[in-house]
Design a binder for this molecule. Structure first.
Ligand code: NAD
Ligand code: ZN
Ligand code: ZN
Length: 366
C-alpha cells in the first residue's frame, strides 16, 4: 500500500514528502491510520543529528489514530479502536515491565536505537530501499505500523487531533510532575523551557498544588501562555538574573526545578536554583555524549539531580487517564496547539520550533 510520509534523508534536513510503501502488520503489530501527529523537540534533535537514527527515516512519534488492521496475536486493540501512540511498547515481559516501570521497557531502548520494529526490520520501503521508522513509530505519515503495545486504546469521544499530544509531550511532561516528582501542595516549582513538554510539566505541577509555580522562558508569548496555564510567576532568563529572581520569589530556592529544553546550560540552571533538599528533574534531552559536573558541596545540602523518561509513566494506565483529565477540562491541550498544519508544511514547523515560536504544531491527516 502507498502512503505519503515525510522522510529524513540527511542530517539537517529538510525532510522530503514522498510516496512510500507500507507493508501489513506482522505478529504483535498493528496498522494505524494516522489522524494527527504533534511535532516534538526530539524530532528536531534527530533531524539535526543531536539524537541519532539510521536513514532514510520517517520521523514523528507523537501520534494518534484509528486501528485499521491487526497482526496475528494482537489482543489489546481491534480495527476501529481509537488509539494514542505510546513511546513504550510495554512488552510486559522484560525486567522493567515486570517492575511496573513500562517507561523503561527494554523494547523501548531497542526501538529508539534502531528505528526498527522489534524483529529488527521495518514495514516501510521506497522501492527497494528500506525506510526506518523513528522509535518503531514514524507518525509523520498517513499510516504507521507499530508494535501492538504502543497502541493504547482511548475513549471514542475524545478528539484525537488534540489527544495526539498525550503520545509524547503531555505524558512526558505531566507524568514528570505527577509520577517522577513527589510534589505536595504548596511546594515551589520552577519549569525551565515552556514548549509542549514544559507547559505539560507546568500543568501537572498545578494539578498537584504547586505554589509558587515559576515558568522560565525567553519568549514572551511562551511566558504568557504559561501564565494562562497556571504559572504564578514568570522569568525571562535572557534579561533577568535567574538565581536572583527565583530567590526573590521563594526565599531560598525551589523544591523542584524541571529542565525541559535539553541544554547543558539549562541543566545547570535547574540545579543552581534548588533550595537545600531540592530536586532537579531533567526532562530535556541534550546530546547524549555530554558529561555534567556537579558541585560536590551541593550534595551536602542534599540537593538531588535525576532524569525523567517518558514521565515515568505506565502507558496503559496513564494515557487514558490524561485523556480523561483533558475531557474534564483539568489538562488544557488545545491551548498548547499553536498551529494545525499539512504534512507538506512540516519543514516550516521545524524552523519555527528552532526560533522558539509556538508551543506545539500538529500535523493533520484526513
Ligand atoms: N525525557 C523524555 O522522555 C522526553 C520526551 C520528549 C521530549 N523530551 C525533550 O524535552 C525537551 C523539550 O521538548 P519540547 O518539544 O517541549 O521543546 P520546544 O522546542 O517546544 O520547547 C523548548 C522551549 O525552551 C525555550 N528556551 C530556549 N532557550 C531557553 C533558555 N535558555 N531558558 C529557558 N527556556 C528556553 C524555548 O523558547 C521553548 O519554549 C527536548 O529536549 C526534548 O527532546 C524528553
Ligand atoms: Zn517527543
Ligand atoms: Zn518491557
Amino acid at each position: 500500500m502507498k502512503i505519503k510520509a515525510a522522510v529524513m534523508r540527511e542530517v539537517g534536513g529538510p525532510m522530503s514528502v514522498e510516496e512510500i510503501d507500507i507493508a501489513p502488520p506482522k505478529e504483535n503489530e498493528v496498522l494505524i491510520k494516522t489522524v494527527a501527529s504533534g511535532i516534538c523537540h526530539s524530532d528536531y534533535s534527530v533531524l539535526h543529528g543531536i539524537l541519532r537514527t539510521p536513514m532514510p527515516a520517517v520521523l514523528g512519534h507523537e501520534g494518534a489514530g484509528i486501528v485499521e488492521e491487526v497482526g496475528p496475536g494482537v489482543t489489546n486493540v481491534k480495527p476501529g479502536d481509537h488509539v494514542v501512540v505510546s513511546l513504550s511498547p510495554s512488552c510486559g515481559k522484560c525486567p522493567m515491565c515486570r517492575e511496573e516501570r513500562e517507561y523503561l521497557c527494554m523494547d523501548m531502548s531497542k526501538a529508539s536505537g534502531g528505528s526498527c520494529m522489534m524483529d529488527g526490520t521495518t514495514r516501510l520501503k521506497n522501492g527497494d530501499e528500506t525506510v526506518y521508522q523513528l522509535l518503531a513509530i514514524g507518525s509523520f505519515a498517513e499510516k504507521m505500523v507499530i508494535p501492538a503495545g504502543c497502541a493504547v486504546k482511548v475513549r471514542d469521544d475524545a478528539p484525537l487531533e488534540s489527544c495526539c499530544l498525550i503520545g509524547c509531550g503531555v505524558t512526558t511532561g505531566t507524568g514528570a510532575a505527577v509520577n517522577t516528582a513527589d510534589i505536595h501542595p504548596g511546594d515551589s516549582v520552577a519549569v525551565i523551557g515552556c514548549g509542549g513538554v514544559g507547559l505539560s510539566i507546568l500543568q501537572g505541577a498545578r494539578i498537584k498544588g504547586a505554589n509558587p509555580l515559576i515558568a522560565v522562558d525567553p519568549v514572551p508569548e511562551k511566558r504568557e501562555l504559561a501564565k494562562s496555564l497556571g504559572a504564578t510567576h514568570t522569568i525571562d532568563p535572557f534579561n533577568e538574573d535567574l538565581k536572583q529572581a527565583v530567590k526573590q520569589i521563594t526565599g531560598k530556592g525551589v523544591h523542584f526545578a524541571f529542565e525541559a529544553l535539553g541544554s547543558m546550560k539549562t541543566i545547570d540552571d535547574a540545579y543552581s536554583i534548588l533550595r537545600p533538599t531540592g530536586e532537579a528533574i531533567i526532562v530535556g534531552v541534550p546530546n547524549l555524549r555530554e558529561k555534567y559536573e556537579l558541585p560536590v558541596a551541593n550534595l551536602f545540602a542534599e540537593k538531588e539531580l535525576r532524569g525523567s523518561v517518558y514521565g515515568s509513566s505506565r502507558p496503559k494506565r496513564d494515557l487514558p487517564m490524561f485523556v480523561d483529565w483533558y475531557m474534564d477540562g483539568e489538562l488544557k491541550l488545545d491551548e498548547m496547539i499553536t498551529k494545525r498544519i499539512r504534512l507538506e508544511d512540516v519543514n516550516q514547523a521545524f524552523e519555527e520550533m528552532s526560533r522558539g515560536e509556538g508551543a506545539r504544531s500538529v500535523i493533520m491527516f484526513d
